[in-house]
Design a protein around this ligand. Sequence first.
Ligand code: TXA
Ligand code: MG
Length: 313
Amino acid sequence: MRIPLENATELIRKGEVIAVPTETVYGLAAALNNPKAVEKIFSIKGRPSNNPLIIHLAQISQLLPFLSIDYPKDLELLANRFWPGPLTIVLPINEETIPAKARANLATAAFRIPNHPLAQDLLRLTGPLVMPSANLSGKPSATSPEHVESDFGSDFPVLDGGPCKCGLESTILMNRAGKWFVIRMGAISPEKIAQVLGYSPSIDSGNHEGAPLCPGQLYRHYAPKAKLSLVTRIPINHDGNILGFTDRIYPKGMKVIPLGVSSNPEEVAENLYSALRFLDFKGFNSAFVDMDFPNSGLWATIAERLKKASQNQ
Ligand code: TXA
Ligand code: MG
């Protein structure tokens, strides 16, 4: 059910959960300071309770009261360059200021200021919101109101912002012993972050001393029901489905599900989850994916999402 901003504000104030557009993907929003609403998010999504949520703010001035005094000092550089925008930063907090449930009992919390006019308007009216991606746990994130409705039903309240521009989740950064690490690849490439830090942050999205730095990496993600075969050489004389590029020619019998032009990673990122969701919408059992693209910049995030989407099926 599409709702206007006034209703969205009212529902959040009443402790309800609603879907909200951001520039990355749709989020399921609840008031940070309402533990019952935060709990609802976990049950609606089917999300494990040890997977913490990102706290979304309207402006940088709201951040400082949450932080412990030992927060990394070059935070300001990153925040000034990338906020509002698709960067999430994990920071040490003053534990009294954030309900334990939202941060899965960690001594840190993840923060982001989204760059979307509706999300900004809502945040200004409601105060800080927790917002995981608006999909059932394990599924591709939702990048349109239709995706949200397909996961949560047509009666679920959605603040309608149309399709999301980035189409991929935010990049998550964490500081350890004075160095920044990318703990989830996302819409901002390490190359772009390097322009601010003076070095390229290492990617550490895997296991770390037994547990990943980003708890969400433990779980199956982005996956359609269809089995995906990632290929760099296209099979000849095949009549299956392929997630492919609009400027390439594929074997005659193949059904192409378009990702965009092979020279435009932004376009491909924007279309990626729609294409994955389309496979399930059509009830397809399998599809090839054309992986013949570079492994740098935004392409590296696209490749990472596709690898995850093809795993554990
Ligand atoms: O683009 C995005 O980031 C979207 C939009 C709605 O803002 N949100 C999003 O949230 O992707 P979610 O919940 O789907 O993913 C958040 C990730 C999870 O993998 C979680 O484990 C990680 O952030 N995370 C949250 N708090 C953390 C913390 N304190 N330390 C490490 N990772 C954390
Ligand atoms: Mg998610």
